[in-house]
Design a protein around this ligand. Structure first.
Ligand code: MN
Length: 311
């Protein structure tokens, strides 16, 4: 995905991670990517990072008879990993390294952009006519943010049936359940299903801050009903959270150790200084650094004008 609010990450810095277990409600905002309506979950003005998670878009559920609801032309990334996760439908990824990755529900497409990699994401020609998913970005820590780019597809992720629901770990670990997906700082990402009438005590790492978004169904968190399109931020210090549902629900959990580095995000780049952003933008415009995505037919995305805040 490509960031349509390129200046969102150059807003004033996020407050320190909450050092208690109070719950903060962060409403999403709506943006449009081509014909696709997106709910932007992160960054929000007052909460730019949750652990290393720095970007979170939610789209669908939607049905379509023709065309491609997802058609994001080649665009560059730097200093981050992109995480594509679907509830329904299919997306095909192509990148400048020549990787092609079809992702389906329950599978993970993970692109580590590192020093720089361009990709395109589209609804494939053969599709089920539905689309429902999320895309998230993970900021890379200083030691790894300029590593060589790579792409991983994980067809199977660790999953367990617990009392009241089930847990699938996308990144990081929950107790003994550990994802093999490439991660560079203490992190967790998981999809949690709460069964009809179920109550689930979800184990958390008390050293992590967390965010919970309801993806489908009705759910409550510590007894309070979760509103749709609202990210619930949980500060550090919790070793579990109680989830329940009357008719069944699916939720996304993200979290990690407070990142501890101040990041500068603009468009599709995560950096530390305005000069790095400017250099990456120039390299994209001048066809350097980011190899062409040759599998995509059509023009690539143009870099937006540099934000005045970065000049
Ligand atoms: Mn992208």
């Amino acid at each position: 995905m490509s960031n349509l609010l390129p200046d969102a990450g150059v807003e004033p810095p996020t407050p320190a991670p909450a050092l208690d277990s109070s719950i903060e409600k962060l409403p999403v905002r709506e943006v449009t990517l081509g014909q696709l309506k997106i709910r932007r979950v992160l960054p929000v003005r007052h909460r730019r990072l949750i652990g290393p998670w720095c970007f979170f878009d939610r789209y669908g559920p939607l049905t379509f008879a023709e065309g491609k609801p997802m058609d994001v032309a080649p665009h560059p990334h730097m200093g981050l990993q992109t995480v594509s996760w679907l509830l329904d439908g299919e997306i095909i990824h192509h990148d400048g390294l020549g990787y092609e990755g079809l992702v389906r529900p329950g599978e993970l497409n993970l692109m580590t952009a590192g020093s720089g990699l361009a990709h395109a994401e589209q609804t494939p020609a053969r599709h089920s006519g539905v689309l429902n998913g999320v895309q998230l970005w993970v900021a890379l820590p200083a030691a790894q943010r300029a590593i060589a780019p790579s792409f991983q597809h994980h067809a199977v992720l660790p999953s367990l049936e617990a009392t009241g629901g089930s847990i699938t770990v996308i990144l990081g670990e929950i107790e003994s359940l550990r994802s093999e997906a490439l991660a560079f700082s203490p992190i967790v990402g998981a999809e949690v299903t709460v069964h009809e009438g179920g109550r689930l005590q979800l184990p958390l790492d008390p050293g992590f801050e967390h965010g919970v978004l309801a993806l489908a169904g009705d759910a409550s968190l510590e007894g309070d009903r979760l509103e749709p399109d609202t990210l619930y931020y949980l500060g550090v210090g919790r070793d579990e959270v109680g989830l329940a549902s009357r008719h069944g629900a699916r939720l996304l959990l993200i979290g990690g150790a407070p990142f501890g580095e101040s990041v500068l995000m603009w468009w599709n780049f995560v950096a530390r200084t305005a000069a790095e952003i400017e250099a990456a933008r120039r390299d994209w415009i001048e066809h350097r650094r980011f190899a062409d995505v040759t599998a995509y037919r059509g023009p690539r995305l143009e870099a937006p004008p540099l934000s005045p805040r970065l000049r």
